[in-house]
Each structure stands twice: as C-alpha cells, then as structure tokens.
Design a protein around this ligand. Structure first.
Ligand code: ATP
Ligand code: MG
Length: 701
C-alpha cells in the first residue's frame, strides 16, 4: 500500500515529509500539522526502505514519541518497530550505558532521581558543617533547584542567584562549594543525575570522535519535535549527532516556548539556520485543528506579546461556536459550573475528547471531587490525583479518626508523623490504643512527648463531627506545620493544594459524608478502567495534544498567570505563551472560566479575584460572556453595557467586607510541628519548580 501524500498533506507539509537529506526546520504555529509532518516523514522513510534502526526521534516525553511511532505505523499499514524514539535524557542514558567504560564509568553508572540528589546534598551540607543554627539557610530542595538551574541555563551559581533568588546571595560561596562537592561525590560514586546525562553524553561525543561518528552512521535520520523547548546542551547534542550539514529535521513553534524557567532557549529554533549550513526552512500556515472563532481568540493572545510572532494562520474550519467566557461567583462554584459544562459538551463529544486545563496540578482538586460526586470518570496528566496525593491522605487521616476512632490505618498514618515514631512503633501504639491497653499506652506516652497533644487534638476533632468545616480547619492547623518536614521538596504547593479542601468541605453537613464522597480508595480503580474519561491536565503536560472541547479554569491573577510571574516581564511573557498553548489545544469548543472571588483561608474571607490579564484584554467580539447568577444558573452578559474589557469592578458579588483585620495564620509553612514549638522555625524556601518531566530517563531505548 503506498501512502497518498497528495491527499494527506498540504504542499508545504509534503515538502518537509518527503525531504530526504540535509537540515530542515519546520517552524509554524499550533495545530498546523508539524507533528503530523514528522509522522508522515517517518512512514515515508520506512516505505522507501530506510531501516527503522537508522531513525532517531527525539521528543519531549516518551509517551509522545511512542504515539508518533504508532501513528506512523498506521500510516504505513504495518507496525513500525526498531526505530529509536524517546527523550533526550533517555537517549543519553542508553548511549552512556552502552559506552560506560569509554565514558569513564567502568564500575557502571547509577542514575539518581531528584530525591537522591537532595539526600546527597543534605549529607554534604552536614558533612561540611554548613548552615548550623542558621534558620534562613537554604534547604536541600532549594540548593538542588539552584544547582540544576545553573547547569540547565549554563550560568554560574552567582548568575542564578542574581536573577532569581537574590535574597540568597549571602550564601553564594557556600552554595558554590556545595555544588563542587556534589559534583565530586557523584563522580567518586559513579552516580549521575538527570542533568549529568546530557553533559556526560556531550563530553563523550566530544572526547571520543569515533563514538560520535559511530552514532552518526547509526542514525542518519534525526528528527526533533518541540524544538523550541530544548536547552543549550540539547541543541549542541543535535549538532554533534548530525554534524553541521547534518540530516536533521527540527520542528517547533517559538510562540509555544514554555520551559524557559528550566533553561530552554528559544534561540535554538530561531538560530537553526545559522547552526546548520544550507538549512531549509519551511513554514506552515494552515491550521487544521481549530475552528476560526477559536483561532480569532488565540490570535489576540499572541498579538498581546511583547515579542512579535510572525504567524499568519488560517483555517478552512469557518463555522463553529465562539469561545465562552464564564465568570463564576467563586472558585467554589467554579467546580460545579465546570461539571455542568462538561455534561453539556458531552452531549456533543465523547468524554475523552474533553479536557480541563490548569496552571498547577492542585488547582483541579475541587473539580476532582465534584466529578467523583457526579459519577464522571477522569484521567489526570501532570500533577498527582487528588485522591492519591500523600498530603491529602495525611490530612484526611485525622478526619477519619474523628469519624471512626477504630480506623487502624488512619492511626498508623498520623502516629507516624510523631517525632521518633517509625512504622513499627506506630503500629504498636495504635494497637495499644485500639486494644484499650492503658498501661502500654502510658509507656508510649512517656516515651513520646508529642503523643498526648495528638490524642487531645483527636478528642477535640471528634466533637466537631457535625461541623466538618471547623474540623478541617482545626486538623489543618495541626497538620500543616509538619508539611515542610514531611515534604521538604515541594511543600508550598502541597499547602496550596490542602487549602482547596476548605472550599470543598463547605458543601457537607458531617465529616462522614465528606469522607464518603471523596471515595478515597474506591474511585481510582474504577476510573482507571474507564477508557472514556474526561482529561484533567496541567498546561505543561498538554503540550502537543488536542481535544474537541477544552475548558481552562482559574483564570485570575495569582493562579493563571501564577503569582511568581507577576513580578517580571519575561515571566509574564512565558505565562502568555502558556495561555496560548492552552487555548490552542481546542478543536471545536473553548471555555475560559474566571472565578469572581477566591477564598482566603488565612482570614476566612472571600475576596474578589482580579481577572487574568489574558482574559481581560479579549475584545467582546471574540467570545460570548456569561455570568453565574446567585441561584447557580448562567446568564448571558450584556455585551452592550461594557464594550471591551471585563474587570474586577463589574463583579457580580457584593463588596466583600472582612469582619476584622486578617488574623495571622496560626502556622507557617516551613515551621516545625506545633508539638515541637520550642524548636527553631525553619525558613520559607522558594517554591521549587515542578519536578522535571524527564520521565523517560530510565526507559529502554
Ligand atoms: P502543536 O503545535 O500544538 O504541537 P502541530 O503543529 O504539531 O501542533 P498537529 O498536532 O500535527 O499540529 O496537527 C493538528 C491537527 O491537524 C491534527 O489533528 C492533525 O491530524 C490535523 N492535520 C494537520 N495537517 C493536516 C492535513 N494536511 N490534513 C488533515 N488534517 C491535518
Ligand atoms: Mg505538535
């Protein structure tokens, strides 16, 4: 069967797909068929008798690479096996492992994950006697962040501190020393972290030209998707693997560059013609994904960028509904409204063709509960599912004990948080409590001074069985201080996630009902079995994907754009590109949700939210606007009243008056548990970036 390229691809796509030799760059907007072009090129190469073994496909996630090879197999009419496809990291790992001896890892090499890196840094810090008694000394997670940023961005430690964490500048000499010791310890022990994979591969290819040439012979065809998100060393690796006149096809979109925070440099794609002699540059201008009304909106978002993008996309999908902008009363009612929207969209599309996108993984928690209540299955990409998140389970364990004092698992969990109590001891204490063994319990009480406050707390919680909101608030105040000890890596995010629970709980009359609805253990299997499930995804994890209906939530300042980005122009630009990525995932329908107010747990007060600038700037013509009424219905917003932007002062909420000045939170993230109140308070560490998605570093190639 031969492939009908005439029918399947437009002329520009065809030119790229049928290109056989020499460097080629496909630079084009979202949905213009860049990935499809690679898929057809893969199929074409194999059809013209290029051995799949000679093809190397590098993408951002292993899942994406597998999907592309699978689709190429469909085009070809037979499975495409034998090609190498994966991430830069997984490719580097496989080459280094095969050449461990030549790379200087005679004893073999062991890959470290992020927590291994933090552990090693922690050990070195203790060994070098750094930070003793200094409460504001950077934590291990912060140290690991700075070191990885400095490597990925190829800037000195001082350069990173200067730009991103100047409050840590006094620690610069210490951090530099730690970074050196860290590198030395890794080398001595044959360990590699994710960053080393790329740099060590580069070193190997530079120092051993015969290995480099062997790879060039092995992979005469190299393709890279999402090239705009490569970092400096990745671009150098592509050059080493293919040579300057190399046979490489890179595709990407500068307007979708969303990983600068991790060292991606958009110059890689823009300077491709300078890096490769006689590079052919192909632009694609037709968008096949979205309808014209959706493109009209995404064009406005792009036009608002400081950097001017040269994108003139058109589509033949003229018809279709205008995107909807929905202002809900609050972030609490947002979840209910989104479920309503999903049900509405589901009358036109299967559930798996509907996605809800958000800036940070925890933002979907209230929605996850609402979906579970409504019996709608969902899948989550990027970020942990609400009902699997360890910190959520931790907090709920207190409530479970308030509802049912005989819950052994919950006892073991909360006892395990006490200082000095391990799994075995927790089990013993739980048995003493449940078995009514007063003497045994007394022994434990004497040994663990933190035990009586815990028991008193649980007693208090039990009295609140029918006041779930108060119980949650109490449990939260008790538990939250230990977050930074339990999860030093990313506690600020977890804390923000737990705060979402406060919105959920207000719908319940008793702790029991609340817990029952969260269905902590039952829901998961059922949903995993469900093929046809709504997709919940962070925007970063939605890169390259598409759905018939897309809903973007939490479009208010501090959430999308994120709080951190508000301070710097270049970060705001990246948030804008992120918004562009989010909106361009939609094929037929797009809905943007703006909660009119958000709950602030610290002063127990609902506050008006400031609409995201990316929504505020949209002219009326590109979207239909709805507002939620007090009765939970929707009404169309009169477009004539306020032409132009929607701002916070056209809110439909009565002004919010806080009853008293905000009370100081009774805990601080980063502080020690209440029961260890005498212990020094730890410092607020900067929120670490999301864990890298270098998921495939250990994959088999
Ligand atoms: P992104 O920048 O979001 O990664 P992309 O440029 O890689 O987008 P694709 O995902 O390859 O775009 O294509 C978008 C959609 O348009 C897909 O559903 C694809 O199958 C379809 N498409 C692309 N080109 C054509 C074409 N010539 N004929 C029909 N459908 C096409
Ligand atoms: Mg793509």
């Amino acid at each position: 069967m031969s492939i009908d390229f005439e029918r399947e691809l437009n002329p520009a796509q065809r030119e790229a797909a049928l290109h056989m030799g020499g460097p080629v760059l496909v630079i084009a907007g979202a949905g213009s068929g860049k990935t499809r072009t690679i898929v057809y090129r893969l199929a074409h190469l194999v059809e013209t008798h290029v051995s799949p073994e000679n093809i190397l496909l590098l993408t951002f996630t292993r899942r994406a690479a597998q999907e592309m090879l699978l689709r190429a197999g469909h085009v070809l009419g037979r499975p495409l096996t034998g090609a190498s496809g994966g991430t830069f990291h997984s490719f580097a790992y496989s080459v280094l492992r095969r050449n461990a001896f030549d790379a200087g890892y005679e004893q073999g090499l062991t890959l470290m994950d992020r927590s291994d890196s933090e552990d090693l840094l922690g050990e070195l810090k203790a060994h070098l006697d750094l930070g003793k008694g200094d409460r504001s000394y950077p934590k291990r997670a912060t140290l690991a962040d700075i070191i990885t940023k400095s490597r990925n961005k190829e800037l000195s430690i001082g350069g990173i501190l200067d730009r991103e964490a100047y409050h840590l500048l006094p620690y610069q000499p210490d951090i530099e020393r730690l970074a050196e010791e860290y590198a030395r310890a890794k080398r001595a022990q044959g360990l590699m972290d994710y960053d080393d994979l790329l740099f060590e591969l580069e070193r190997l290819l530079v120092e051993r030209p015969e290995i480099r040439d062997g790879l060039r012979r092995r992979y005469p065809f190299v393709m890279v998707d999402e090239y705009q998100d490569t970092n400096l060393v990745q671009a150098r690796l592509v050059r080493l693997l293919t040579g300057e006149a190399g046979n490489v096809m890179a595709v990407g979109d500068d307007a979708q560059s969303i990983y600068a925070f991790r060292g991606a440099v958009v110059a890689n794609i823009l300077d491709f013609p300078q890096h490769f002699q006689n590079a052919r540059v192909i632009r694609l201008e037709q968008n096949y994904r979205s309808t014209q009304p959706i493109l009209d909106l995404t064009n406005v978002i792009l036009a608002g960028a400081q950097q001017k993008f040269d994108k003139q996309l058109f589509t033949e999908r003229e018809g279709g509904a205008r995107p909807r902008i929905l202002q809900t009363l609050s972030d609490q009612s947002q979840a209910t409204q989104v479920v309503g929207l999903i049900v509405d969209m589901a009358s036109r599309h299967p559930l798996h063709e509907i996605a809800v996108l958000f800036r940070a993984g925890y933002q979907s928690y209230p929605l996850e509960v609402a979906l579970t209540r409504a019996g709608l299955p969902y899948r989550k990409y990027g970020g942990v599912r609400f009902n699997e998140a360890a910190h959520v389970k931790d907090l709920l364990a207190y409530l479970r004990l308030a509802a049912n004092p005989a819950d052994l698992l919950a006892w073991q969990r909360v006892l395990g948080f006490l200082k000095g109590v391990g799994v075995k001891t927790a089990s013993k204490i739980a048995q003493a409590i449940l078995g009514g063994d007063a003497k045994g319990l007394d022994k434990h009480v004497k040994r663990f001074p933190d035990l009586p406050p815990l028991l008193a707390e649980l007693d208090a919680l039990r009295k609140l069985a029918h006041a779930p909101a108060a119980a949650l608030d109490r449990a939260m105040s008790f538990y939250a201080p230990s977050l930074s000890t339990l999860y030093p890596d990313d506690y600020p995010k977890r804390q923000a996630g737990l705060e979402q629970l406060a919105q959920i709980v207000v719908n319940y009359a008793s702790i029991e009902d609340f817990l029952a609805d969260l269905c902590l253990d039952g829901a998961k299997e059922e949903e995993e079995r469900a093929e046809n499930a709504v997709v919940l995804s962070t925007v970063h994890s939605a890169k390259g994907l598409e759905w018939r209906g897309v809903i973007i939530i939490d479009l208010v300042e501090d959430r999308f754009p994120s709080k951190k980005a508000l301070q710097r122009q270049e970060d705001m630009e990246e948030e804008r590109r992120l918004m562009y990525v989010a909106c361009t995932r939609a094929k037929d329908e797009l809905a943007l949700i703006v909660p009119g107010s958000v709950f602030n747990r610290f002063n127990n007060c609902r506050e008006p939210a400031v609409v995201s600038p990316f929504v505020a700037e949209l002219p009326d013509a590109v979207a239909e606007r709805f507002v939620e009424t007090y009765t939970g219905g929707l009404r169309r917003k009169d477009e004539q009243v306020r032409p132009g932007a929607m701002t916070r002062d056209d809110g439909y909420l009565p002004p919010v008056v806080c009853p008293e000045p905000p009370r100081k939170p009774d805990y601080e993230p980063g502080a020690r548990p209440v029961s260890a109140a005498a212990a020094p308070r730890a410092q607020h560490a900067a929120a670490p970036p999301p864990k890298s998605s270098m998921d495939a570093a250990q994959s088999k190639f």
